[in-house]
Write a protein that binds this ligand. Structure first.
Ligand code: DGJ
Length: 763
């Protein structure tokens, strides 16, 4: 038993994960183990863990073993990036030595303070542990919260308080989590407008892999998730540790390997100069840093985040936001700024007839906004375009049984707007004379000014009160540069981000049931800060299904399908110019919160019929899609992608098989269906909707009446000879796979699986 009464060792266990925290000698909490479940550990087991994980003293380092605290500090021998740095105005206080004053643990809603000397070893399930820390000499206090969630996610945040009588300015407040050195491959993401969340891999080496975001919004090039994994990790194999910073303003992620033989992953807010200034008594909190561990590849990381998001209050106590996540028509690519009641009513008619359940009116309905150069900030309905208000359109839409949604971009202001003319000081800028460069002809409205916040709040609230609006598409189309309050010149991204969260919270509280989509030039605001509140995210302005295959696949690493806006676009992509069949567009959109973004007046009767079938298919499966487990795989030089959703009981599944490229081998071997139960037999239904694509050759198993043993008769080109279904043992589907068809590029088909009740597969 540890002699020092300030020593507490806590073993938290949930969903296959163990997290062991240690405060030996009252020193800053460190993680002794974050990874696969260790099983029950008593006090002697925890002592043994401490003993065997204490590192050797490096030959030219400090004379004590290196301690990697959750907020690592110089005073503990840490020579990497410190967790907390800052200074007083006279330059003092740069290297805090935080020590533990007390520990509180909350399990199942009940909290208790640990008793020094008695609670030296604690074993629990999911729990929140709050460490009360201080450096009394430097007059700093800190609260470090570490939580193991039921999903197996770990999250950490810190709040620093200035207990002195003069100001203290925090420079960095970035917690970390330790990762074994065996994990030496990094996967994170880059991207740009219309190509969000592009994966990038590299080897981890000594030094820091640092991803900084200074856009004032999450960014199309956000790190998204920073993974460190064992060599060759993929969707279903390899041990992986990943972090995500839950913040929608400036932020960072990093992985750091020290020559002293440790590595960490971490992240937090990126504070601009002065943003961390704390007057006496003031506090600054970091956003949550989420950590996910997987013993078996990337899918398990995704499952933890999905389980966490599905447990949000926003999900309304249901396993997903609404059992009928409404199929949506967004009219942006159909009409752009050209609003006309008759045209929009016709689109609504066509949509309702197809089974669409929500109609969203996009940009252009307000103020002087007839193109993207004016009007932001003037959130009143344009008399010019809508002389009788939005009532006639909304009545028409709701009369057809659909919900109505409306676009806003509340954090922005057009210099050419009544709002900017009335309140030029509400524009974010270092001074009235130093306007930032415009972007998309717009500036940023400073929501940290209470009157500006109230103005935009009241304008939106009035519309939500007057009209039957179920849903807001909340856009944000420029980065924040030189983002400051004119009166003081002080940077205001931190305050802006928190003001945005307050705005959403207030509108949602005043309008229960209101859903808000997070859109930002497409998918530039996808993070767990906004997702504490958002009901949907817009993945990208690029709806080209080939591009979306990548973007949806990797957005889903964090976001469950029911929160990912996934639309069927018109045949020629508006952002890439590529032409695609309806079946490819629809199959690619099916695994998401389905929508349409297409001028339905241009669709042929055959296309409308096919679209109706796809919508019906989506509705048939959405309970599965929105509660199930995502599985992903690739085959044949990464050219055939398999994406599936399996019911938790593994008795149902839906897979899309997508040819994203032309492999230089064909066929690409076998399609192994990941995640199914190898002990159960399954019926596999082959679904193809719409005209048969050219260039296909189906294997014998997929063709009616073809004997695989008979030479020369397995060749064919699609319907009408395709089977409806085939019965196959689960072990064969998982471990051997179905022979792949020769697929034409940029095509897809669906496989639906259902477990057979019992016994062996029928012939
Ligand atoms: C950017 C969004 O991503 C688009 O979907 C659309 O809403 C436009 N803004 C409107 O200006």
């Amino acid at each position: 038993m540890p002699a020092d009464p300030r020593t507490h060792r806590l073993h938290l266990r949930a969903a296959g994960v163990s997290l062991v925290l240690d405060t030996t000698g009252g020193r800053i909490p460190a993680v002794l183990h974050w990874g696969s479940d260790l099983g029950p550990l008593d006090a002697s087991g925890l002592s043994a863990l401490f003993a065997v994980t204490t590192p050797a003293i490096s030959s030219n380092g400090p004379d004590v073993p290196l301690r990697t605290g959750l907020l690592p500090q110089n005073a503990d021998g840490w020579l990497g990036r410190p967790g907390l740095t800052g200074a007083r105005d006279d330059g003092s206080g740069t290297a805090p030595r935080l020590r533990v004053l007390g520990v509180r643990i909350t399990e199942g809603g009940a909290g208790r303070d640990l008793v020094p000397g008695a609670d030296d070893a604690v074993e629990t399930g999911p729990a929140l542990v709050c460490f009360d820390l201080a450096d009394e000499e430097l007059r700093l206090g800190a609260l470090l919260e570490v939580e193991l969630l039921p999903s197996g996610l770990v999250r950490v945040r810190a709040e620093v308080t200035n207990t002195g009588s003069d100001a203290y300015t925090v420079q960095h407040l970035t917690p970390v989590l330790p990762v074994p050195l065996d994990a030496d491959q990094i996967l994170d993401f880059g991207g740009r407008w219309t190509k969000e969340r592009a994966p990038q891999r590299r080897a981890m080496v000594t030094g820091t892999h640092l991803r900084e975001n200074r856009r004032g919004r999450t960014g199309a090039d956000a790190a998204h998730l920073l993974h460190l994994g064992t060599s060759g990790f993929d969707f279903s194999s390899g041990e992986i540790w990943a972090v995500h910073t839950a913040f929608s303003g400036n932020h960072l992620h990093f992985a750091e390997r020290l020559s002293a033989g440790v590595q960490v992953i971490g992240g937090g807010e990126l504070l601009l100069p002065g943003e961390g200034r704390l007057d006496p008594g003031a506090s600054l909190a970091s956003p949550w840093l989420y950590g996910a561990h997987s013993a078996a590849g990337l899918d398990a990381i995704a499952h933890r985040f999905h389980a966490h998001l599905r447990a949000r209050e926003e999900h309304g106590g249901l396993p997903y936001p609404d059992t009928r996540r409404p199929v949506t028509l967004n009219v942006w690519e159909a009409v752009y700024f050209d609003h006309d009641l008759a045209v929009l009513s016709e689109l609504a008619d066509r949509a309702a007839d197809l089974g669409v359940e929500r109609f969203v009116l996009d940009d252009g309905w307000f103020g002087s906004r007839r193109d993207d150069s004016t009007g932001l900030g003037d959130w009143t309905v344009s008399q010019e375009v809508w002389p009788n208000g939005l009532g006639p359109l909304i009545d028409h839409v709701t009369g057809l049984g659909m919900q109505f949604g409306l676009w806003f971009e509340p954090e922005m202001i057009s210099p050419d707007s009544d709002l900017a003319r009335a309140h030029p000081d509400w524009i974010m800028a270092p001074s009235p004379e130093r306007m930032p460069l415009p972007a998309r002809h717009q500036q940023v409205l400073n929501l940290s000014i209470p009157a500006a916040w109230q103005h935009v709040h009241d304008a939106i609230d009035a519309l939500l009160t007057e009209y039957d609006i179920a849903y807001i598409k909340w856009d944000h189309n420029r980065d924040l540069v030189e983002a400051a309050t004119q009166a003081t010149g002080a940077a205001a991204v931190h305050a802006q981000t928190l003001a945005l969260y307050r705005l959403w919270d207030s509108l949602k509280a005043a309008h229960p049931g209101l859903e808000i989509e997070s859109c930002s030039s497409g998918g530039a605001r996808v993070d767990l800060g906004i997702l504490e509140r958002a009901d949907r995210i817009w993945v990208s302005d690029c709806i080209d299904p080939l591009e979306r295959a990548t973007m949806n696949r990797w957005t889903a690493q964090l976001v469950p399908l029911e929160l990912m806006g996934s639309h069927i676009a018109s045949g020629a992509s508006h952002t890439t110019g590529r032409l695609h069949s309806l079946s490819f567009r629809a199959a690619s959109a099916l695994l998401g919160h389905l929508g349409i973004e297409w001028d339905l007046r241009q669709a042929s009767a055959e296309e409308l019929e096919e679209l109706r079938t796809w919508i019906a298919r989506h509705k048939e499966h959405r309970d599965l899609l929105f509660t199930g487990d995502l599985v992903r795989a690739d085959r044949g030089q990464d050219s055939i992608w398999i994406t599936g959703v399996l019911s938790p009981a593994r008795d149902r599944g839906l897979f899309t098989v997508t040819a994203v490229d032309t492999p230089d081998i064909a066929p690409v071997g076998a399609l192994r269906l990941p995640g199914l139960d190898p002990e159960r037999p399954y019926r596999v239904h082959l679904h193809r909707i719409g005209p048969a694509p050219t260039g296909y050759t189906w294997p014998a198993w997929a063709r009616q009446g073809v004997d695989p043993a008979a030479d020369g008769r397995g060749r064919g080109y699609g319907p009408p000879e395709l089977i409806d279904h085939v019965d196959v043992p689960g072990s064969v589907l998982v471990r051997t796979g179905l022979a792949a068809p020769v697929m034409a590029p940029e095509t897809a088909f669906l496989l639906e699986v259902e477990a057979l009740p019992s016994g062996s597969p029928r012939p």
